[in-house]
Design a protein around this ligand. Structure first.
Ligand code: NAD
Length: 364
């Protein structure tokens, strides 16, 4: 059996609770694909600060770079809110993303039929939605220079710069086209090319890449229209590719289609490296109670199998296990509405249900 090492950074609050479920499920699913997963856990975030006086040590960063694939829980909590910016748990997250060079942020937006009623958008509009958003993560207006504040004629001003280079756009676009090949074969590039110079370059650069992928259909959409179309008819999208600012806003809007933050996984990829984490935070209000929903962390482990380990069967097994658990009516408190045929379950009970579901799939 091949061996594969993964670094885990469970972090704070519910981070360790959901990460331990993700690791158990990952190990079981990969074993069935002939790969033995070995994990090295490192303190990170507030927990890291308590132990080492810094939210992330150089040793941890080195380990992450050496082993390339990282499964993260969540960081933060009121205990560390008063620390200076460089000591806060979030500083560890930004440093890690930068050190790993993960420029492509993936957010799958999948509506599970069993949970469609939990969304604020009408069930018939969202049922069947399955979108994969590729957001540029290390460029654009969040990083562009100059970035300054000043005053002219007694009138204060501030300035941010939206800058993109062709290579920045194209390395992300290639990832989106590759992903579309494994899905429905469609990429929608979102920009504001009717107004912004940087968007005109964005569009031109994406079109150039599309010539390498004649089997993938490329469309373009202006970001304002996209915000509307996501609510009007989300099923029209397959893969979406967009810049940092637009992706930040659109991915949060799209997340609301699914109804619960406890369900959303994410992956951040840079050539060769992969950082996988649930979208939710450390949920200090429920930490330690054993009631956290582990499905976003588990779905992040499925993304790890698909995008870094090249184990699509293991990814499918994990995603099918999530579907089975939901179909069987097993719900953590955040999803439980008292609906007939459902039961309220703790984090560990969900873990058992997931492992059973994978076990059955392997045996079949
Ligand atoms: P949060 O996502 O932690 O929690 C928001 C609400 O959703 C809470 O009521 C929480 O109980 C619930 N919730 C979240 N995840 C859940 C899960 N898996 N199962 C059940 N319920 C869940 O956001 P917040 O309260 O704004 O932030 C709490 C801390 O987390 C803060 O310190 C914040 O900075 C940090 N944070 C970290 C990350 C990260 O690590 N990537 C992301 C967001 C927030």
């Amino acid at each position: 059996m091949t061996k594969q090492t993964i670094i885990t950074l469970p972090g704070d609050g519910i981070g360790p609770e959901v990460t331990s479920v993700a690791v158990a499920v990952l190990k079981r699913a990969c074993k069935a694909s002939g790969v033995e997963i070995e994990t090295i856990a490192q303190p990170f975030g507030g927990t890291g600060y308590d132990l080492n006086g810094t939210p992330v040590t150089d040793e941890t960063l080195e380990l992450c770079k050496q082993h390339r694939f990282v499964l993260l829980g969540a960081v933060g909590g009121p205990k560390w809110d008063e620390l200076s910016a460089d000591k806060r748990p979030e500083a560890a997250l930004l440093k890690l993303r930068k050190e790993l060079g993960v420029y492509a942020n993936l957010r799958p937006i999948k509506v599970y039929p069993e949970l469609a009623a939990a969304s604020t958008v009408k069930e018939e509009v969202i049922a069947g939605t399955d979108i994969l958003i590729y957001r540029e993560l290390t460029g654009g207006i969040y990083f562009g220079k100059p970035r300054e504040s000043g005053e002219v004629d007694d009138d204060p001003y501030s300035l941010d710069t939206m800058r993109y280079s062709r290579s920045e756009v194209q390395r992300l676009a290639r990832k989106a086209f590759e992903a579309a090949r494994l899905r429905d074969g469609r990429v929608c590039s979102v920009d504001k090319a009717n107004v912004l110079e940087s968007s005109r370059l964005w569009r031109k650069s994406v079109i150039e890449v599309s010539e390498e992928y004649p089997d993938v259909e490329l469309t373009h959409m202006l970001v304002d229209n996209c915000a509307m179309q996501l609510i009007r008819d989300p099923k029209q999208f397959d893969v979406m590719v967009t810049g940092n600012l637009f992706g930040d806003i659109l991915s949060d809007e799209a997340a609301m289609l699914t109804g619960s933050i406890g369900m959303l996984p994410s992956a951040s990829l840079g050539d060769g490296n992969g950082l996988y984490e649930p979208v939710h935070g450390s949920a200090p209000d429920i930490a330690g109670e054993g009631i956290a929903n582990p499905l976003a962390a588990v779905a992040s482990a499925a993304l790890l199998c698909r995008h870094s380990l090249n184990l699509p069967n293991a990814a499918d097994a994990i995603e099918n296990a999530i579907k089975t658990v939901l179909k069987n009516g097993v719900r953590t408190a955040d999803l439980y509405t008292g609906e007939t045929g459902t039961v309220k379950a703790g984090t560990k009970e969900v873990e058992k249900a997931l492992l059973d579901a994978i076990g059955e799939a392997v045996a079949a």
